[in-house]
Design a binder for this molecule. Structure first.
Ligand SMILES: *[C@@H]1O[C@H](CO)[C@@H](O)[C@H](O)[C@H]1NC(C)=O
Ligand SMILES: *[C@@H]1O[C@H](CO)[C@@H](O)[C@H](O)[C@H]1NC(C)=O
Ligand SMILES: *[C@@H]1O[C@H](CO)[C@@H](O)[C@H](O)[C@H]1NC(C)=O
Ligand SMILES: *[C@@H]1O[C@H](CO)[C@@H](O)[C@H](O)[C@H]1NC(C)=O
Ligand SMILES: *[C@@H]1O[C@H](CO)[C@@H](O)[C@H](O)[C@H]1NC(C)=O
Length: 606
């Protein structure tokens, strides 16, 4: 009986396929509009026309069921974001695939690299089904697809010299064959991200039942590599707490946009949410509540989660300034004042932003407490990972009004000049670095510091070694500090304040930088420029609003740093709008960037 049933099924299936080939074009009752890739390489909206259901027979000029399907094959870069840097050759044809038949062949990855790739193929499948929607019901009438992944090295260190390049080819011969070749598993991950952007699905209705048709670009040849090795997003969890869940969601969006560094500004003078095992007082006195904390295992979990998506986590413990709450227990513990000016008012006399607080550079206990904190961090950081020591906005009047500190200067025969305070600051930096190095056990860890009075080009060489320090500049785009630091031989990261500060527009006289402004910010091109970063400072953002403040704007920066195109925003617009939809489909509450009409009518609102 079972056998007869199976035979019947096969016959029915064959009959169906036959009928479909005979009558492969029909009008989908669920759709009002179709799109056609016209001669100006725009997806043009047309009233719903009969459309070929099977792309084997599709004529190039025939309309497509959805804008997203049209976008895949329209224009040089289709739906890809960020656009690849090198060769891109996409066919103008789509073919149906059966998503549950996609199989993966790992050709030579071993150990951790193999596990990494297997997990990434699952993330890839999850992403294409997320785009399909909650009630995704894929029709199984397409071709099977096989993805061959070949990497030349299974080393799983993710660092400044990780080779993220990849090549990807799609061809059709009986089935769909995808070949991914990359020097590292991280490059192969980027290739899978690209592949997910060469596939889409749309609704079809058959006998009143809604199904989803998956399609893939029928032929593609892509060679790709990033322009800059550092493509970062800063999250600030001290001004307002962000849940682990929220941080992971940002990581997902970063992975979708090929960003590769999460710069975690974990503490500040407002709060100290990091739970140190060796110094539990820091979060006990510094967190907003016992729930608003990150255990070391939370941080490890985030580091692992990020690495699986090709993203490094660089932790920042900002010091000596931007440190207050969390440090106020020293005297009680017999360690003297670890921080000074903590929560002092009127705040304008003691800091740039309330609440005030600055570490006490002349109290040696500060360095042992920092050492214990660094030990905890070193325990969870990947070996050799870069560390960010902050170092911005030291407010001299705070130290200058602290009796203990000015008495110390007197006793050392030093005056109270600007230079004396810079020397004191530099002393702090040297001592803190020594502690860090002693915990790591070597003196090689790259250290990032924000640009500051200590990094002025005229004096920086006196205080900070170019072999050791990377300077993160946060000056406006017309400021020549990045150029001057590069001329002096420093490696830098560029966080352009008047383009990539995502908190701007929500306080004071700052202006909101829309995605075009973000996109147009070209940074200095030099091997010493490691890359750049969008900064989501946390004063006016928390779990409820972060997605729409960061996204899709950070993705605009992602293309700037990945491919650094010389073309304008109008060339990027359709792909960018498409990418915003992709982020939303993947669960990111990315902000709207244009009226729906403009999304549907490409190029008609520019
Ligand atoms: C192509 O479509 C776009 C968007 O609808 C439209 O603005 C443009 O005029 C069309 N170009 C041609 C040559 O039809
Ligand atoms: C999914 O299907 C359920 C049950 O048929 C329906 O109530 C719901 O509206 C559908 N959701 C979407 C997003 O289509
Ligand atoms: C960085 O990673 C590469 C592999 O991507 C590895 O060969 C190299 O040893 C690593 N460098 C450091 C300093 O860890
Ligand atoms: C990265 O790998 C590609 C492909 O193997 C190679 O062509 C390229 O030279 C490598 N880049 C660097 C900086 O080593
Ligand atoms: C520190 O304060 C003294 C007065 O108490 C003042 O003369 C000096 O200029 C101040 N130093 C700096 C660098 O502001």
């Amino acid at each position: 009986m079972q056998k007869i049933c199976d035979k019947m099924k096969t016959i029915l299936l064959l009959l169906q396929v036959f009928l479909l080939f005979v009558d492969g074009s029909y009008n989908d009752g669920t759709k009002q509009w179709s799109w056609i890739c016209n001669t100006s390489r725009k997806c043009e909206k047309v009233p719903n026309a009969p459309v070929h259901k099977y792309f084997y027979n599709r004529q190039e000029k025939e309309p497509l069921y959805s804008l997203e399907a049209c976008r895949l094959i329209c224009g040089q870069y289709g739906a890809l974001w960020p656009r690849p840097t090198k060769d891109v050759d996409l066919s103008q044809d789509l073919i149906n695939i059966n998503p549950s038949s996609i199989s993966f062949q790992m050709l030579n990855a071993i150990d951790e690299a193999r596990d990494f790739l297997i997990e990434n193929t699952q993330l890839f499948l999850k992403n294409i089904f997320l785009e399909c929607g909650k009630n995704c019901s894929a029709v199984n009438n397409g071709l099977d697809a096989t993805v061959f992944i070949s990497i030349s090295n299974s080393n799983m260190d993710l660092n400044w010299s990780t080779n993220e390049s990849y090549s990807l080819e799609i061809s059709k011969a009986g089935g769909v064959y995808v070949t991914i070749t990359a020097p590292s598993a991280f490059g192969a991950r980027h290739a899978l991200e690209t592949l997910s952007q060469l596939i889409t699905s749309y609704k079809i209705q058959e006998n009143g039942i809604i199904h989803h048709q998956f399609v893939i670009v029928s032929k593609a040849v892509i060679k790709d590599k990033p322009q800059y090795p550092y493509r970062g997003l800063l999250l600030d969890t001290a001004r307002n707490f962000l849940s682990v869940h929220t941080i992971k969601r940002q990581i997902n969006a970063m992975a979708s946009s090929k960003l590769n560094v999460l710069h975690w500004h974990i503490t500040d003078s407002q709060s100290f949410p990091l739970e140190s095992v060796r110094v539990p007082q820091l979060s006990k006195y510094g967190s907003y509540s016992s729930k608003n904390t990150y255990s070391l295992s939370d941080v490890s979990d985030i580091i692992r989660y990020a690495k699986l998506r090709g993203i490094r986590v660089i932790l920042e413990i900002d010091a000596p300034s931007h440190s207050g709450n969390g440090w106020q227990w020293g005297r009680e513990a017999g360690l003297g004042d670890l921080a000074v000016c903590v929560n002092q008012e009127p705040w304008r006399s003691y800091c740039i932003q309330p609440p005030c607080g600055q570490l006490n550079p002349i109290n040696s206990n500060v360095y042992s407490v920092l050492g214990d904190l660094y030990s905890d961090i070193v325990d969870i950081l990947p070996k050799g990972e870069t560390f960010h020591m902050g170092g911005d906005e030291v407010f001299i009047p705070c130290w200058n009004s602290t009796l203990e500190i000015v008495n110390y200067l007197d006793s050392q025969g030093q005056d109270r000049s600007h230079e004396s305070f810079l020397a004191l600051w530099s002393y702090f930096q040297q001592e803190a670095l020594k502690k860090f190095d002693s915990k790591v056990g070597n003196e090689n860890t790259p250290i990032v510091l924000w640009s500051s009075a200590l990094t002025e080009p005229e004096i920086i060489e006196k205080y900070l070694s170019k072999n050791r320090y990377i300077i993160e500049t946060w000056v406006p785009s017309d400021n020549d500090l990045p150029t001057k630091l590069v001329e002096r031989g420093y490696n830098i990261i560029v966080a352009t304040k008047d383009a990539w500060y995502l908190d701007h527009g929500f306080w004071g006289t700052t202006e909101y930088h829309n995605w075009r402004k973000v996109y147009q910010n070209r940074i200095l091109n030099s091997p010493s420029v490691l890359g750049g970063e969008a900064c989501m400072w946390g004063e006016y953002v928390d779990d409820t609003s972060i997605d729409s403040k960061v996204w899709p704007r950070a993705a605009a920066m992602a293309e700037r740093l990945w491919s650094d195109p010389s073309s304008s925003t109008s060339a990027a617009e359709a792909r960018f709008y498409r990418h915003r939809e992709r982020l939303v489909a993947r669960g990111i509450q990315a902000d709207a960037v244009t009226p729906r009409w403009c999304y549907q009518n490409e190029g008609m609102c520019s």
